[in-house]
Design a protein around this ligand. Structure first.
Ligand SMILES: [Zn+2]
Ligand SMILES: [Zn+2]
Length: 335
C-alpha cells in the first residue's frame, strides 16, 4: 500500500508531493491515519534548514490529529482519536527524563524533524507519544493546539502569577494563548509586526487590553512578556516593557541574534528565559484546559498538496490564526 506525503529532499528545495510505501510501525510504534496537520513556524525553520542535523529526505509536520490504524499493547486502541506532538521520543532514563524534564532529554527526537512528520497520509509514532484527544473534536480546530497551543501554555506557566502579559507576535500560538489568558482572568497586550492590522484586529476581537505595533510602549509596565516571533531584537524591547521583577520568555525554537542592550533593562531582578519543547504532562494538562475553556484556533485550511503555499503564506504574515493541512476527511471511529 502506498501513501502520499509532502517531502523535502534537499535544503532549499520546495516540498514535493511524493508517493511512498506505507510506513511499517516498529515494535513500540502505532500507525496513525492522519486527518489534519497544522503548520507551525518551526516547520519553516525545518524547510529553511535553520535547525541543525536535518536528516533528508524530511517530512515536516508535528501537530497531527488522526486515528490509530495499527495499535500496540500500550498505545490507544485502533480507531482512537489521537494527537501527535513535536516531542516524539525520549530515552526515559537520563536525569532530565527522570526529573520530569523530558523536554530537555539529549536523546529526544522530534516529529517532523528528526522523525517523519504529519505532512503525510500515515505516520508511525512511538506508542508513548500519542496524546488522547476528544473523539468528537473538530480535527481542523484541534491540530493547532498540539504545538502552538502547548508551547504557549508551557511558556505561560513560566510567568507565574503575572496578570498583565505581553504577547509578541500574534499568530498561531498567541491567538490560542490569548483564550487561555481570558479563561484565567488575566489581561493581555498583543504586539505585532508594525502595520499588521489583521493580527491586531484578531487580538482585539479576542479581548486584548491593547493591540498595536511591537515598537510601541504599553500604557503601563507588563508583569511578563512571551516572545513568539523569531526576532531577536524583540528581547530588549520586551525587557524594556516589563516591570521590575518581570519575566520575559522566548517561546520559539529559533531566533535571530539578540542585539546587545544596556544592563539597566535587565537590572531590577527581571528574568529572561527560554522554553524548550514540551512534555507529555504539558500536553495532557493543556488539552484538558482547552476543552474546559472551549478554546478554538482560527484556521485556514489547505489540502496536503498545497503545503508549500501554506508555508509561504505563514512566512509572509498572510495567515491570521493557524494554517492547517487537511490530509484525510475525518473518519468515524469504526472505520
Ligand atoms: Zn532522556
Ligand atoms: Zn511547532
Amino acid at each position: 500500500m502506498f501513501v502520499r506525503a509532502m517531502v523535502q529532499n534537499r535544503q532549499g528545495e520546495p516540498l514535493r508531493l511524493t508517493t511512498l510505501a506505507q510506513p511499517v510501525p516498529g515494535p513500540r510504534q502505532a500507525l496513525i491515519k492522519v486527518e489534519t496537520c497544522a503548520v507551525c513556524r518551526t516547520d519553516l525553520h525545518v524547510v529553511d534548514g535553520e535547525l541543525p542535523d536535518i536528516p533528508y529526505p524530511v517530512i515536516p509536520g508535528h501537530q497531527v490529529v488522526g486515528r490509530v490504524a495499527t495499535a500496540t499493547k500500550r498505545s490507544p486502541p485502533v480507531g482512537a482519536r489521537v494527537g501527535v506532538p513535536w516531542l516524539g521520543f525520549t530515552c526515559g532514563k537520563c536525569d532530565d527524563c527522570r526529573r520530569g524534564m523530558e523536554n530537555l532529554c539529549d536523546e529526544a527526537r522530534f516529529t517532523g524533524y528528526t522523525l517523519p512528520g504529519g505532512y503525510a497520509e500515515y505516520l508511525a509514532v512511538d506508542e508513548r507519544f500519542c496524546l488522547p484527544v476528544d473523539d468528537q473534536c473538530d480535527a481542523v480546530a484541534t491540530a493547532p493546539l498540539l504545538c502552538g497551543g502547548l508551547i504557549g501554555y508551557r511558556a505561560l506557566t513560566m510567568t507565574g502569577e503575572a496578570q498583565r502579559v505581553g504577547l509578541y507576535g500574534f499568530g498561531a500560538a498567541a491567538h490560542i494563548l490569548a483564550q487561555v489568558l481570558n479563561h484565567q482572568g488575566k489581561s493581555f497586550y498583543a504586539f505585532t509586526r508594525p502595520g499588521d492590522l489583521a493580527a491586531q484586529a484578531l487580538a482585539r476581537e479576542l479581548g486584548a487590553h491593547w493591540a498595536g505595533d511591537s515598537d510601541t510602549r504599553p500604557d503601563q509596565p507588563l508583569d511578563a512578556a512571551i516572545i513568539f516571533a523569531p526576532v531577536g531584537s524583540l528581547v530588549p524591547t520586551a525587557l524594556s516593557h516589563v516591570r521590575k521583577g518581570g519575566i520575559v520568555v522566548c517561546g520559539g525554537i529559533h531566533m535571530s541574534d539578540i542585539p546587545s542592550f544596556p544592563y539597566e533593562i535587565l537590572w531590577g531582578e527581571r528574568q529572561l528565559r527560554s522554553v524548550a519543547n514540551l512534555t507529555r504532562r504539558d500536553g495532557i494538562e493543556f488539552l484538558t484546559i482547552a476543552a474546559a475553556a472551549d478554546i478554538h484556533a482560527r484556521t485556514r485550511v489547505f489540502p496536503l498538496e498545497q503545503a508549500n503555499q501554506a508555508l509561504e503564506q505563514l512566512r509572509s504574515g498572510r495567515i491570521t490564526g493557524s494554517a492547517v493541512l487537511r490530509v484525510h476527511e475525518p473518519a468515524a471511529a469504526s472505520d
